[in-house]
Design a protein around this ligand. Structure first.
Ligand code: NDP
Length: 363
């Protein structure tokens, strides 16, 4: 497998370089696309990733892994997936023998990310794993180790870090056009309408709740906007519908303290539609609102700069960026370590909230 992988990396890099660098010369060989298998054919795979894969330049939807036999003919027909590229959770490890699949994208309930990300890595496939990366830092570490051991690349599905306005703000953490940040507030949530007690987003042991689902956007935004790592956290949970949110958080508010004294605030919720990043600096301020929607991420600065919504497809951009990292054997944009840092903060937030909002060190 590793020989094949080396060949793939080399030939794909040459093809990609040729096509990207000299697009006008017709005699160049056709560009190689990476074969992607989606694991878990739920909402995000069905409505966002599979359609986005059709828009990528460097990827092809080649395989599916599903526990729902009734979904198989629908996906096969829609995307031309061959019988040999259809797997279930029991036989997914045999994807190791399938040369048409280069990347396995784990799009499962959060508590299942670790098991199937490791299975993909052990099969010698590059791993893309949805956010939140896993349930705790230990699980994240195991995924990272499995990918390193098997010499495959690992990217976490933080689509915002591939979105141009977000990337600009990330750059400002270094260039500081408005001086140092003095206050920052990040909120992300939506009104959860379901009342289904068996749905995994309402189950603690499945990694349910607002913080894992939406709170990681706030944590990630606070980290990429400051370019700094928080050192302590104070947090609290609230519930407006205790009958629905029996054992997961519906609303979580938190403060993240940084070494330089900055205290950033965050709020995540399954009770209301909220979506904004507000940043105050020494000599100006800026915001993104919405800050993490699939489309329309836009903002403004205090000196009148408008950050217009980017018309592209975030998921296609993310998967092409991640494919290029594989093809060129270059550093991925959102690494496993990056995914893990958010989970360390998530775990500290839970600890603090369970201890009456006490400030907890983030270690
Ligand atoms: P869904 O519940 O819609 O889909 C999850 C799928 O996982 C199911 O359809 C099922 O697919 C499979 N599955 C396997 N085992 C189980 C199980 N025990 N219980 C339930 N489902 C199971 O979830 P989403 O698609 O909304 O979310 C999946 C992942 O994607 C999550 O980690 C989420 O955080 C992430 N996500 C990321 C987004 C982003 O913007 N980056 C947006 C939305 C989600 P099958 O029937 O094929 O086996």
């Amino acid at each position: 497998m590793s020989n094949r992988r080396e060949f793939l990396v080399q030939s794909a890099a040459i093809a990609a370089f040729s096509t990207l660098s000299f697009p006008t010369f017709g005699m160049l060989r056709p560009k190689k696309k990476l074969g992607v298998a989606l694991v878990g054919l739920g909402y995000y795979s069905r409505d966002l990733l599979a359609p986005a894969l059709q828009k990528t330049l460097h990827c092809e939807l080649k395989g599916i892994v599903t526990g729902s036999p009734e979904k198989i003919p629908v996906w096969q027909e829609k995307y031309g997936i061959t019988d040999g590229n259809v797997y279930n959770y029991e036989n997914m490890h045999t994807i190791a023998d399938n040369d048409e699949i280069d990347v396995v994208y784990v799009v499962l309930p959060n508590s299942l990310h670790m098991k199937y990300a490791i299975m993909a890595a052990e099969a010698g496939k590059h791993v893309w794993c949805e956010k939140p990366m896993a349930i705790n830092a230990e699980e994240c570490r195991k995924i990272i180790d499995a990918c390193n051991r098997n010499k495959v690349k690992l990217s976490i599905g933080y689509r915002m870090q591939h979105e141009p306005n977000t990337k600009l703000i990330m750059k400002w953490s270094e260039t500081k056009p408005y001086g140092s940040i003095t206050a920052l507030d990040a909120v992300a949530g939506f009104r959860y309408g379901g009342g289904y007690s068996d749905y995994w987003r309402l189950q603690k042991d499945m990694g349910g709740g607002a913080l894992y689902d939406m709170g990681v956007y706030c944590i990630n935004a606070i980290r990429y906007t400051t370019g700094l790592e928080p050192v302590a956290v104070s947090a609290a949970h609230e519930t407006t519908r205790p009958d629905v949110f029996r054992n997961v958080d519906e609303i979580t508010t938190f403060k993240l303290r940084f070494k330089n004294g900055l205290i950033a605030t965050g709020k995540t919720s399954f009770a209301e539609n909220i979506n904004k990043l507000d940043v105050t600096c020494e000599s100006g301020n800026f915001f993104l609102a919405p800050m993490q929607s699939y489309t329309g991420v836009q903002g403004e600065t205090s000196d009148g700069k408008e950050l217009h919504a980017w018309p592209g497809n975030q998921q296609a951009q993310q998967m092409d960026d991640d494919a290029m990292a594989i093809m060129n054997n270059s550093t991925v944009m959102v690494s496993g370590e990056e995914g893990m840092r958010d989970i360390v903060v998530v775990n500290a937030i839970f600890d603090s909230a369970d201890n009456g909002g006490e400030w907890m060190d983030i270690v």
